[in-house]
Design a protein around this ligand. Structure first.
Ligand code: MLT
Length: 350
């Protein structure tokens, strides 16, 4: 595969491959020197047109831990302000000799379009509008596997797993990527939200149930994934008030007590305390937000490694995204091949 644009084209084997490689990088992250030489000589550009704390820092940390050079582009201080087009900006960055471009944009579909423009650069979608955020979904899958099947390989722990996604599903790229990945691995997904924060159509969404009563589903939920009300996308106008939203859908201590004892709670961040989750709930051991963030570096190392680390720098055109190549496919070499390579690379500290 040339790019990671969405979860849709990753089959179950490829998902397992990413999780296994990410697991190897979790171990690397625990070393005194958490760096490996796998991408020495490669350059990763982070090109963010939307605010971000954890995703940008996480990708840049991942690239540096793989010994890649990092080029960090800020839209706000770029020639876009002088009228340069997105295409010219992107092609300018590519001309500097980059190997991967990690892009976030407020408009859905931009990473796919950018992949079509670029001739020799891998594109990773770091979130496009309300469309997809594939690396966040991969982080969530890894985090779930770590707690449901500690040390396990494979994805058997997802079969029949009851996952409840709560909140602003209408505007959430995380929810779209999660649903796709979880359903592919056999999890049973329930969506819970006020009717106004559900997408206008859920046709084709592989979910088991859709509801509005959070208290009713919590006792049979294995994993709760909370979503932020996306005020920057106008979500505030879809609910009477954030206070009312919190009253119906916030994970309070009383609601958390309804969960089975081994249930866990995820949140992609940023967390708005007191809205989607009560501050005291964030301190419960079942809440894995911090673990998601640290897994983020390992997952992004895995994605960059699988895209870039298995061969020589591509000559111009060899990674072109024309035609079908612009859709997200598998990740790099076949299952097993990359995982074997990472074991070798990971043991040689940079
Ligand atoms: C995103 O960028 O979509 C975040 O990870 C989730 C959020 O902003 O609420």
């Amino acid at each position: 595969m040339r790019h990671l644009l969405g979860m849709g084209d990753l089959d179950a084997d490829e998902l397992v491959e990413v999780l296994d490689v990410a697991d190897a990088f979790v171990e690397v992250g625990q070393r005194a020197n958490p760096k490996v030489p796998a991408l020495r000589g490669r350059t990763v550009a982070t090109v963010f047109f939307e605010s971000s704390t954890r995703t940008r820092v996480s990708f840049e940390t991942a690239a540096k831990r793989l010994s890649a050079d990092v080029l960090s582009f800020s839209a706000g201080t770029s020639s876009l302000n002088k009228g340069e087009s997105l295409r010219d900006t992107i092609e300018t960055i590519e001309s500097m000799g980059i190997d991967a471009l990690v892009i976030r944009h407020a408009a859905a579909g931009v990473p796919v379009q950018v992949a079509r423009w670029l001739s020799s650069t891998c594109v990773v979608n770091a979130g496009d509008g309300a469309h997809e955020h594939p690396t966040q979904a991969l982080i969530d899958l890894l985090t779930i596997r770590q707690v449901r099947d500690p040390g396990g390989k494979g994805v058997g722990c997802f079969a029949g797993l009851a996952v409840t996604i709560v909140g602003d599903i209408r505007h959430s790229r995380v929810a779209r990527s999660q649903v796709c990945g979880l359903a592919r691995l056999g999890a049973r997904v329930t969506l819970v939200a006020p009717a106004t924060l559900l997408p206008p159509s859920l046709e084709g969404w592989p979910v088991e149930a859709i509801g509005h009563d959070l208290d009713a589903v919590l006792p049979t939920t294995d994993v709760v994934s909370l979503l932020r009300v996306q005020e920057e996308r106008g979500s505030g106008t879809y609910v009477p008030s954030l206070r009312e939203y919190a009253h119906g859908y916030g994970l309070t201590a009383a609601r958390a007590a309804l969960l089975p004892p081994d249930a866990v709670v995820l949140h992609p961040g940023p967390v708005i305390r007191g809205v989607e989750v009560a501050p005291e709930v964030l301190d419960l051991p079942a809440v894995l937000v911090r673990r998601q963030v640290s897994n983020g570096v390992a997952v992004r190392m895995a994605v960059l490694f699988l895209l870039l680390g298995s061969g020589d720098r591509p000559s111009s055109g060899s990674r072109g995204a024309g035609g079908d190549g612009a859709s997200a496919g598998g990740l790099g070499p076949g299952p097993g091949e990359a995982a074997r390579t990472v074991e070798v690379s990971a043991v040689d500290d940079a």
